[in-house]
Design a protein around this ligand. Structure first.
Ligand code: CTP
Ligand code: CA
Length: 225
């Protein structure tokens, strides 16, 4: 079927998607961030809405217009993302973690702008671990039969690292991207393999992020039946 004339196979379902990248503030003007644009998460939200789902999009620092008919919850940090995801996941049929979550945040936040001093070396930035949202949602399964999907970008041993990560996170599906030039960050296109906890392996050819999103929803819909 062509785009836009899909079967409404997610009608009556509530799906929750995270998108973008978290920012962990150091002081009022600075943060630790990452290169995630949010495009893949927005494509997931748009395509799920087109397939009839009620969609909650938890958007971390994404600067794109709200997709039509989608409930957008803006967040900044990993801790805020966790709160919004747990709230939305409570009655969700499927949860897709497409956001890039900072693994660490600065241990302290300076309420005033950090100033340099001519007679001092810069202070190191101490970090603490952020909560693992995907692992927590996978372990909790707020609703029985809830399908949980993660994303992973890997540079080496893509499939082996992906398999190990799928197991560690406890999710049903893990979309694994190989990170490289013109792929993944900020680009319009993507190429991936979707690993299933049932040992399935679904390759997705290089193409628009919508095509990958449609494959994800195909795999989710099959598991919701
Ligand atoms: N994720 C999460 N919470 C975190 C870190 C990651 O929910 N604190 C989610 C991401 O949204 C993604 C998946 O977990 O869906 C995999 O993220 P990734 O960074 O590849 O996994 P990590 O366990 O952080 O492994 P790594 O050490 O390779 O970064
Ligand atoms: Ca990580």
């Amino acid at each position: 079927l062509a785009r836009g004339v899909r079967e409404p196979d997610l009608a009556g379902r509530h799906v929750v998607v995270s998108a973008g990248g978290t920012r962990e503030p150091l002081d009022p003007v600075r943060f630790l961030g990452n290169r995630s644009s949010g495009k893949q998460g927005y494509a997931l939200a748009r395509t799920a809405a087109a397939r009839g789902a009620r969609v909650t999009l938890v958007a971390a620092n994404a600067s794109m217009p709200d997709p039509a008919g989608v409930d957008v919850v803006p967040v900044g940090t990993a801790v805020e993302l966790r709160e919004a995801m747990l709230r939305a996941a409570a009655d969700a049929d499927a949860v897709v973690m497409a956001a890039a979550v900072a693994d660490f945040r600065p241990a302290t936040y300076a309420t005033g702008k950090i100033k340099k001093k001519d007679d001092q070396e810069p202070a190191p930035i101490a970090l603490v671990r952020n909560p693992d949202i995907l692992a927590e949602i996978s372990a909790t399964r707020a609703r029985s039969g809830q399908v949980v999907v993660g994303f992973a970008a890997e540079t080496d041993d893509v499939l082996a690292n992906g398999r190990a990560k799928l197991k560690r996170k406890g999710c049903d599906l893990l979309v694994v991207n190989e990170v490289g030039e013109r792929k993944t960050f900020g680009s319009e296109e993507n190429e991936a393999v979707v690993l299933g906890a049932d040992d399935s392996e679904t390759p997705v050819a290089h193409g628009p992020k919508e095509a990958l999103a449609e494959t994800v929803w195909d795999l989710v819909a099959r598991r919701l039946e």
